[in-house]
Design a protein around this ligand. Structure first.
Ligand code: GLN
Length: 280
């Protein structure tokens, strides 16, 4: 069978299952099975596919048709300037989260050395992207998931980051190590009752642990703010990713915990997404 035919069949199948990016996904899965780039696939559609590869491809297309995200099928996702290894134990990096990296780079343009903490690092996409950008920064990460720790270690290895990184597997409530110039976090912030209304790819496949913000959606944010208030230096900055409708509640929490709110940054869809504050 020609690649073209296999990809067309997959495209129809995914389209019939309401997968939005049916063609792109089919090409990406084929690229992954054949261990080639997507460009290579598109330029070689007249080539034949052998039986073993075809079976493999069919299997992946089937999983995709059931909603399994492409990033989990091919075990990678691009974020910022890098490609991260991901699996079902970590949230798939979202483009909106790149806001945090932009803000950190802007705020610390003229600072050479800082010590920062990422609470709930997951794949490590935020923590490691910052470390890649700024060679003199030191990063610490804490995550309640030991699986996430393994994923982050793989990514640190792939990106060649060794000495400037410390990772801990711990519940944030129990974490007591260090004093930081900067704390960043993209904690779980979806209301437990809203989890059911997320897209099925997210709802059925991404880790609840990374999404579930409790009944009010801000239970984890609350913990992060309280803990950050202990772990941060005076004058240090806290940068949080939030849901668009949590701005006021989070601002109040920050004030209660002696943070001054500097700014709220909007994402690409013009929704509040990131809140920057200073410990006073
Ligand atoms: N932004 C993510 C989503 O919409 C949620 C991430 C989080 O809870 N931190 O799926």
């Amino acid at each position: 069978m020609k690649l073209q035919t296999a990809i067309n069949d997959a495209y129809q199948n995914l389209k019939n299952n309401n997968i939005k990016s049916a063609l792109l996904d089919s090409e990406l899965l084929m690229a992954n099975v054949l261990k080639k780039s997507r460009e290579h696939i598109v330029l070689n559609l007249d080539k034949d596919i052998d039986k073993k590869d075809y079976d493999n491809f069919q299997n992946m297309v089937h999983q995709r048709s059931e909603g399994k995200p492409i990033a989990y099928l091919i075990n990678k996702k691009s974020f910022w300037k890098y490609e991260f290894y991901v699996n079902e134990h970590v949230l798939i990096p979202r483009p909106d989260t790149e806001l945090i990296i932009e803000q950190v780079l802007k705020l610390y343009q003229n600072k050479n050395k800082i010590n920062f903490l990422d609470i709930g690092f997951g794949s490590g996409c935020i923590l490691l992207s910052i470390l890649k950008e700024r060679q003199n920064f030191k990063g610490t990460g804490v995550d309640v998931s030991n699986y996430a720790l393994k994923v982050c270690e793989i990514n640190a290895f792939k990106l060649g980051i060794k000495n400037r990184l410390k990772l801990y597997n711990s519940n944030i409530d129990k974490f007591k190590i260090g004093k930081y110039d900067l704390i960043i976090s993209n904690p779980p912030y979806i209301k437990i009752l809203d989890l059911n209304y997320l897209e099925k790819d997210v709802k059925n496949f991404e880790p609840k642990l990374a999404l579930d913000g409790g009944l009010d959606g801000i239970s984890e944010i609350r913990k992060v703010i309280r803990k950050s208030s202990e772990l941060i230096k005076y004058g240090g900055k806290l940068i949080l990713e939030i849901e668009y409708n949590q701005t006021q509640e989070v601002k109040n929490l920050l004030k209660k915990n002696s943070f001054y709110v500097n700014s709220v940054v909007k994402d690409l869809a013009k929704n509040d997404r990131c809140i920057i504050s200073t410990k006073i």
